[in-house]
Design a protein around this ligand. Structure first.
Ligand code: DON
Length: 304
């Protein structure tokens, strides 16, 4: 399989799409990103890496952080977390409030914002310092010591994240946040502000393609069953209310972020990350989704 040639073909193919869709401007600091950026990285389990375009440029990972916080929470809390969270696609926008009311404060899944706030609450209860523990964890997964939060992005979201704040207090009213709401929100905004490149994100997700173990030293991050659970949740909930379209077109479990990144996993083979900042209506990268569709089509590799 000539991955480099395939990435070259994809790069050429997506050029006309770059800039189509909309940059996430509801977090003002994200509005400065160049909409024409495009990068892609494939991290294979044997250590080989294939990249194209802006694959080494860091961007705001936003909701891709929910993959790492879920992993950490699952590692520490195990199945008990499912008393506070569902495992079904929401069929609503990632920041919707309505479902929480009639489902009594139990978020549909850990990847919508409400679910991720509960996950952050779980991490706070276990570690005390949710920000540092997540940063240390993602540094370990990506083998990159100089990863940092983007303070400007975190502050921008804190200043404008009224909907998330509403969600936090709403969860608290149902007894589904155990820690101080402001502390949970602050940790959540910081996790979302992590700046990483496609190559770093693909590396950080490889344990999910490798039965829960880091391929370079065989260290166990989660059990093989838990890796299966996380991949299944990505497939059914990772790209929000276009998760059906994403699964249909791409055929891989994937997790998106409003910074324009999408991470996807092919068990036993690779983790792949694509970045293109302009988004479709559901908040997933428009050209990024197309690039992943082309990737599974041209390689002939998907979970199906
Ligand atoms: O909470 C928010 O709205 C953002 N920090 C993250 C949302 C996000 O990335 C959803 N993904 N597609």
């Amino acid at each position: 399989m000539d991955y480099d040639a395939i990435l070259n073909d994809i790069y050429a193919d997506v050029q006309p799409l770059l800039g189509h869709g909309a940059i996430a401007t509801y977090i003002p600091e994200l509005a400065h990103v160049d909409p024409l950026k495009f990068g892609m990285a494939v991290q294979r389990l044997d250590g080989r890496v294939h990249t194209i375009g802006d694959a080494h440029e860091r961007f705001s990972i936003q909701s891709i952080s929910k993959l790492f916080t879920l992993t950490l929470a699952m590692q520490r809390e195990g199945d008990a977390m499912w008393q506070r969270l569902g495992r079904e696609p929401s069929g609503n926008a990632f920041n919707s409030l309505v479902q929480l009311e009639y489902e009594h404060g139990i978020p549909r899944n850990p990847f919508i914002n409400a679910g991720a706030l509960v996950v952050t609450d779980i991490i706070l209860s276990h570690f005390g310092n949710a920000q540092q523990s997540v940063l240390d964890f993602v540094r370990r997964l990506s083998q990159t010591d100089d990863l940092t939060f983007d303070a400007a992005v975190a502050a921008s979201e804190r200043a404008t994240g009224f909907r998330n704040a509403a969600m936090g207090y709403f969860l608290k009213s149902f007894g589904n946040l155990h820690n101080d709401t402001v502390a949970v929100l602050d940790a959540y905004f910081h996790h979302c502000s992590l700046a990483m490149s496609c190559s770093e994100l693909a590396r950080a997700a490889t344990f999910l393609a490798n039965g829960g173990r880091l391929p370079w030293n065989d260290e166990s991050i989660v059990t093989a069953s838990q890796a299966k659970y996380i991949n299944s949740l990505m497939l059914t909930c990772g790209t929000y209310d276009s998760v059906g379209d994403f699964a249909y077109r791409v055929g891989l479990p994937g997790k998106s972020g409003v910074g324009g990144g999408i991470v996807a996993v092919m068990p036993e083979e690779f983790a792949v990350c694509v970045w293109s900042p302009a988004l479709n209506e559901s908040g997933n990268s428009l050209a990024g989704t197309r690039a992943l569709e082309l990737f599974t089509t041209l390689t002939g590799i998907s979970i199906f």
